[in-house]
Design a protein around this ligand. Structure first.
Ligand code: FAD
Length: 431
């Protein structure tokens, strides 16, 4: 029957990994049907909620994802949290194959005293706040201090530093939220330190071409080894903004203000490198340095969370154990993107990785390793969801919200003014 020739596949998560996996499957199997489940009301994962507002060209991949979503063999089911609204075994029952592409949302805690003080945030929640992620809208960071410290020196740390230091008028025509722009306009932050445990050669941000590396390294070393000189201090006092890198420093304690009500600084242990090659480690020398600041943003690492007790999970690495995207010991279950590789790499890397998972899945399908016989696909899942009072949103629902956002942005010359309130979004969809 035609049904038997129609593999029903579902993908969990609608970020780059989910969409690129779907794209690969649809392109390389003429009958495959792909359902994409997403917990947010809106698609695209970190392309919408991570990528910085002043990098609009990076978001062009949304056009490709939209084409994929428009395929008549693809459906988007937003507002469905897998692991809560529907379980992975239920998806496995309904589909021939399930691909987990739900990203890496947890941030690594600092595990140091004072971490809970007001004024200490994870860089990811700060990013979510300025990018309109509904659950981060309450963050309301107080930017009335003059120094911010970012713990970590990866790409996310750099994005956050840049947003803190960019003159707000340069962000006015981006899709940054109105609320974030308002807070940034009032910001008193003039100096941002990026603190790293290791040295300039181990810095985690992406350097695209090797040639400037030497020059960059020299610059980094200079910044790292010098305290601000008198003329720089004068420059800072004149009101202009600056950033610097502090290398070989490991956070020990967030220091409270005298009244104990908020952060006033951070105590750093000076480190040095020991070992060689892969085994290189930063170890404390015994020296300490206190850096005064009114804001601490930690960006020392991310990991995925386990989504369902039936899915193998490597708690240490924070990823799903897999062989080229095949989840170990679970036939018919796959993974792609950051939940597979860990939170490293740009959208291009995630794309290649997702194509590879798609390729493995289709190989298994061809060699008869997946369940044969028809599967009900979304029909079965919709019945389950409806019995649980969960009402998914569709891609055309997203397109209504998208049109509303674009319209809202027009008056102020922004590409869009994001909707940030779930209730308002549901109301706009007539719910
Ligand atoms: P994600 O994009 O996180 O997508 C995962 C999706 O799964 C999300 O939509 C999430 O809501 C959904 N989900 C999670 N749990 C569930 C669940 N239980 N049920 C259903 N759905 C679920 N790369 C670049 O190339 N250029 C950049 O400028 C850039 N900037 C970045 C800035 C930041 C702050 C960050 C964090 C990353 C940036 N990246 C950038 C990297 C890029 O975002 C990642 O490579 C890519 O998003 C990883 O894709 P993913 O699909 O694995 O994860």
């Amino acid at each position: 029957s035609t049904q038997e020739k129609t593999p029903q596949i579902c993908v969990v998560g609608s970020g780059p990994a989910g969409f690129y996996t779907a794209q690969y499957l649809l392109k390389h199997h003429p009958q495959a049907h792909v359902d994409i489940y997403e917990k947010q009301l809106v698609p695209f994962g970190l392309v919408r909620f991570g990528v910085a507002p002043d990098h609009p060209e990076v978001k062009n991949v949304i056009n490709t994802f939209t084409q994929t979503a428009h395929s008549d063999r693809c459906a988007f089911w937003g507002n469905v949290e897998v692991g809560r609204d529907v379980t992975v075994p239920e998806l496995q029952e309904a589909y021939h194959a399930v691909v987990l592409s739900y990203g890496a949302e947890d941030h690594q805690a600092l595990d140091i005293p004072g971490e809970e003080l007001p004024g200490v945030f994870s860089a990811r929640s700060f990013v979510g706040w300025y990018n309109g992620l509904p659950e981060n809208q309450e963050l309301a960071p107080d930017l009335s201090c003059d120094t911010a410290v970012i713990l970590g020196q990866g790409n996310v740390a750099l994005d956050v530093a840049r947003i803190l230091l960019t003159p707000p008028e340069h962000l006015e025509k981006t899709d940054i939220t109105k609320a974030a722009l308002g807070v940034l306009r009032q910001s008193q932050v003039k100096t941002v330190w990026l603190v790293g445990r290791r040295g300039p050669l181990q810095v985690a941000f992406t350097i695209k071409i090797p040639r400037p590396r030497k020059r960059l390294t020299e610059l980094l070393l200079q910044t790292a080894t010098q305290k601000p000189r008198a003329e720089e201090a004068a420059h800072l006092a004149s009101g202009s903004r600056a950033w610097g890198l502090r290398f070989f420093r490991s956070p020990q304690q967030v220091l409270p203000s005298p009244d104990g009500r908020r952060v006033a600084g951070i105590r750093l242990a000076v480190t040095r490198l020991e070992g060689v090659g892969e085994a290189i480690r930063a170890v404390p020398t015994g020296d300490m340095e206190d850096l005064p600041c009114g804001l601490v943003l930690s960006s020392i690492g991310y990991k995925s969370r386990p989504i369902d007790p039936s899915v193998p999970f490597d708690l240490k690495l924070g990823v799903i154990p897999n062989m080229e995207g095949r989840v170990v010991d679970v036939p018919g279950l796959y993974c792609s993107g950051w939940v597979k590789t860990g939170p490293t790499g740009v959208i291009g890397t995630t794309m290649n990785d997702s194509f590879l998972t798609g390729q493995m899945l289709l190989q298994d399908l061809k060699s008869g390793l997946l369940a044969s016989g028809p599967r009900p696909g979304s029909a079965a899942i919709q019945a389950l969801l409806s019995s649980r009072g969960v009402r998914p949103v569709s891609f055309s629902d997203w397109e209504k919200l998208d049109a509303k956002e674009v319209a809202q942005g027009q008056g102020s010359g922004k590409p869009r003014e994001k909707l940030v309130d779930r209730q308002e979004m549901l109301r706009l969809l007539g719910r």
